[in-house]
Design a protein around this ligand. Structure first.
Ligand code: SF4
Length: 606
């Protein structure tokens, strides 16, 4: 049985901490040196978060001195992770079949589809047995150990195609995430995790024995044998995963541990409404062809406020060549339904797909913002990387697909940065894949900075949300002003209300609100006749409620002012009601603002 928690890399952790304890001068540089000097057996390196979390448990034991807060502070990260005001907690679902057959998608059977076992987030998930409670609880602990407030949490659930997992698994997964938030409180109480682990030990062991032995080398060999490779796709990911995990789990009745009822979920959601660690956003990822009216209502009931959706391309020919299994019409339909239901839409788009070229990519990307059926709120850009386990390997070897050169990629990504509308947030411009996994093509994960520097030389820059976020920049509140970007989609007029302020680094964004003014009634009865607030976001480090924060956006009442403005505008356009797609942990906030609970949304008369 794998030892529980951070004793996994005990030798390396102890080596680094003992050296830190003895050093005369401790800083980030020394830490990096020590980390590099103690590589892990899987060729990766310890992360700072892991080191600090492990130290919290191990200080005073194994030859380490008692816990030294000052030492921890010296190596803590700057709080960029929560600079947008909310602590993100990413959790992965278990390996499971996916309906997609996309040729660019990795086939790592240790992971849910499309993830690779040496990505840091994926490793965290694996270390926690893909268990939602352990992943959430331990991530909260890691963030809080690093000094980040965690009273407002966005839960990001990644892995394969969410809608394809059994409903009972989905309910259980989210219920367990909520339970971890509810039980975490402000101080990590390891006894809760340990007692949970003891309860589940039998199940974890049974699961592991399905495919693991006590010998890591033997395990590596077994997986290597099972691994699906692009050049010889004798078995596909879905088939192997079904054989290795899904069928035996069912046969042994282990799936009963990963199942919950709607009532059990609702009970945890209710606790979270007034809990100490509140859920202020919940994200799932799925495919456009899995979105239907029923599915939208169902994920809303789970507490979801945002969907990550794989668009990849807006060319039917490119989608077909890459075996996406859906067309552009499906993407149009999905966007329409999600927008009518007030969801935030976080799209994934890919450059350098088989069948595309730089000129077509640039044209395709522009469509995202010029075609009224799209207009995503957030975007992840993934230029296609060649991963050995992907089917694309065969195309590469046959000379049918080539990665873009540095110059071609720079050209496309610079265009992407400039063509993004100011109401959209580019959360990623390159997928953070370990370079050892990339067979050919770009290995620079900082390509966004490269493209930004290139544009700066030309006197140009991106206007997307991320480029304009205030990020701890100093400003004078007397120069704050309200600016609106209005755009038309096929189902609504969207008003992006934003408070901006001049700073030494240009005009910066302090807060925004997405107001949707539907052109005709949608399919959700509860929203008929309503204008919809799809998102309110106020920037500033994730300050603890009540903490002093002069000149931080979160304490200038900008959220309240935006809401008053939204009411005024909706009323002016003839709406009699204003609705909000609130996250479970923001319901109480909206109640205090005068909204009352509906079934899936909250409402106020105008
Ligand atoms: S739908 Fe997504 S996860 Fe499934 S194969 Fe395609 S890219 Fe991979």
């Amino acid at each position: 049985m794998k030892p529980f928690y951070y004793t996994d890399h005990l030798k390396e952790v102890l080596t680094v901490w003992k050296a830190l304890e003895q050093a005369k001068h401790v800083d980030g540089q020394l830490l990096q040196k020590l980390i590099k000097r103690s590589p892990l057996s899987n060729q990766t390196l310890l992360s700072k978060t892991d080191l600090i979390t492990a130290y919290k448990q191990l200080a005073g034991t194994h030859g380490l001195k008692p816990y030294n807060e000052a030492l921890v502070k010296k190596i803590m990260m700057k709080p960029t992770r929560t600079i947008s005001g909310v602590a993100p907690v990413t959790v992965l679902t278990k390996p499971f079949p996916c309906p997609g057959k996309c040729i660019f998608c990795p086939n790592d059977i240790r992971m849910p589809k499309s993830y690779m076992s040496d990505e840091p987030g994926a490793q965290r998930a694996e270390r926690n047995y893909f268990d939602p409670y352990l992943q959430t609880y331990n991530r909260l602990n890691a963030l809080s150990v690093m000094g980040h407030p965690v009273d407002k949490v966005e839960l990001i659930i990644l892995g394969g195609t969410w809608s394809y997992y059994p409903e009972s698994y989905q309910i259980w997964f989210i219920k367990e995430c909520f339970r971890a938030l509810n039980e975490f409180g402000f101080r990590d109480d390891r006894t809760k995790v340990r007692s949970y682990y003891r309860q589940k030990q039998h199940e974890f062991e049974a699961r592991e024995q399905l495919y693991l032995t006590d010998d890591p080398k033997e395990n590596a060999k077994r997986f290597e044998k099972l691994q699906v490779h692009g050049e010889e796709l004798t078995k596909r990911y879905n088939q192997v995963v079904s054989e290795v995990y899904t069928a035996p789990e069912r046969k042994l009745g282990l799936d009963r541990y990963q199942s919950a009822t709607w009532d059990e979920l609702t009970a945890q959601q209710k606790i979270n409404e007034t809990g100490e660690v509140r859920n202020v956003g919940l994200v799932i990822e799925t495919r456009p062809d899995n979105i239907s009216k029923e599915e939208v209502i169902r994920v809303r009931k789970l507490g979801c406020t945002k969907t990550q959706i794989g668009v990849q391309s807006l060319q039917d020919s490119v989608l077909a060549k890459n075996h996406r299994g859906h067309d552009v019409a499906a993407t149009r339909h999905a966007f329409k339904l999600l927008r009518q239901a007030g969801f935030k839409i976080h799209a994934h788009w890919m450059a350098n797909l088989y069948g595309s070229d730089p000129a077509l990519d640039k044209k395709d990307y522009e469509l995202l913002f010029s075609d009224p059926d799209f207009h995503p709120d957030e975007l992840k850009i993934y230029p296609c990387s060649l991963i050995e386990s992907a089917e694309l390997m065969q195309y590469y070897q046959a000379g049918k697909w080539q990665p873009y050169t540095h110059q071609q990629l720079l050209d496309v990504l610079s265009h992407v940065l400039l063509a993004t509308s100011p109401y959209c947030r580019l959360t990623r411009v390159i997928r953070d894949i370990p370079s050892t996994d990339i067979v050919v093509g770009n290995k620079k994960t900082n390509f966004r900075q490269i493209a930004e520097a290139h544009l700066e030389k030309l006197g140009q820059h991106s206007h997307d949300i991320r480029a304009r976020e205030i990020r701890g920049e100093k400003f004078d509140p007397k120069y704050i002003k309200l600016k609106t970007v209005t755009y038309q989609t096929s189902v609504a007029e969207e008003q992006f209300l934003q408070y901006v302020v001049p700073t030494a680094r240009g005009e910066k964004l302090l807060a925004f609100l997405r107001l949707s003014l539907p052109k005709q009634p949608g399919f959700i009865d509860e929203l008929k006749g309503s204008a919809i607030i799809r998102e309110v976001h106020v920037y500033g480090p994730a300050l603890k409620i009540g903490a002093k924060a002069k000149k931080h956006a979160q304490h200038l009442g900008l959220g309240t002012r935006l809401m008053a403005e939204a009411k005024k505008r909706a009323r002016k356009q003839g709406f009699k009601r204003l609705s909000v797609i609130s996250a479970i942990g923001t319901r109480e906030y909206y109640r205090k603002k005068g909204f009352s609970d509906g079934q899936l949304y909250q409402h106020m008369g105008l």
